[in-house]
Ligand binder design. Structure first.
Ligand code: KIV
Length: 266
């Protein structure tokens, strides 16, 4: 059994020049298998709305969904830091409501930290949550909860003005007490510049190699979706074909009467 890594352990990695390795996970088997590896962090991302529930965005994900999946992931692991996403609508209403939801997520799931999408506008919420004793991660660049404002999941901050705002937001988040910042789908040079400007680590997804760590969505790297062709995703398996072949072979065996055989019967 691994000893659980802490958020402050991960903050030390940066000065040690050690990369943070992170993946999303949502359920018992993915979390348990990850726990048998040295991965540093599991993010129970609100991406679960898309890759677990099959929704077209992360918008419908609720605090209850996050608590349900985070609790399973916490109970299935002993090693990685568990970070839970604060879903859309759970931190925008007021800093007080944000703290209430963050405390609920941490108390009811046992996760170690929460993550909030956004910059300047969310600083009061971040300060209050950090002040309540809950470690917070920021999330800048492509923030999928803002899909209705952005209109697409395209690269962010490629123009100077948006890049400058992102750099300012990163510094504001650090000042507000975040333990790290996720940088999603922004130019690699910008991510490198932001990473060098901060004491806290950056964790990139589609943000190049100069971040202090990397995160990817577990179902993307395992190849569940043969259509998925994001430039920033490296597929390490083709589980779509593995599962499809297994199910087709099972059907064939049942239909032909070769399953179950004598050794599979009582
Ligand atoms: O919800 C999620 O999985 C995320 C990652 C893409 C960083 O926020």
């Amino acid at each position: 059994m691994r000893k659980r890594i802490s958020v402050s352990d991960l903050m030390k990695y940066k000065s040690q020049g050690k990369k943070i390795t992170a993946l999303t996970a949502y359920s018992f088997y993915d979390a348990k298998i990850i726990d048998s590896t040295p991965l540093d962090m599991i993010l129970v991302g609100d991406s679960l709305g898309m890759v677990f529930q099959g929704c077209s965005s992360t918008i419908p994900v609720t605090v209850d969904h996050i608590i349900y999946h985070s609790r399973i992931v916490v109970q299935s692991t002993s090693g990685p830091v568990i970070v839970a996403d604060m879903p859309f609508g759970s931190f925008q209403i007021s800093p007080e409501k944000a703290v209430e939801n963050a405390l609920r997520i941490v108390k009811e799931s046992g996760c170690n930290a929460v993550k909030l999408e956004g910059g300047k506008n969310i600083i009061p919420a971040v300060e209050q949550i950090v002040g309540s004793g809950v470690p917070v991660y920021g999330h800048l660049g492509l923030t999928p909860q803002s899909i209705n404002q952005f209109g697409s999941y395209a690269l962010r901050a490629k123009h100077k003005e948006e890049a400058e705002t992102l750099k300012e937001d990163a510094l504001l988040l650090e000042k507000a007490g975040v333990s790290g910042i996720f940088l999603e789908k922004i130019p690699a040079d910008l991510a490198g510049e932001v990473s060098r400007s901060l004491c806290v680590p950056t964790i990139g997804i589609g943000a190049g190699a100069n971040c202090d760590g990397q995160v990817l969505v577990i179902t993307d790297i395992l190849g569940f979706d043969p259509e998925l062709k994001f430039r920033f995703v490296r597929k390490y398996a083709d589980l779509h074909s593995v599962i499809k072949n297994a199910v087709e072979n099972y059907i064939k065996d049942v239909v032909s009467g070769t399953f179950p055989n004598d050794s599979e019967s009582y």
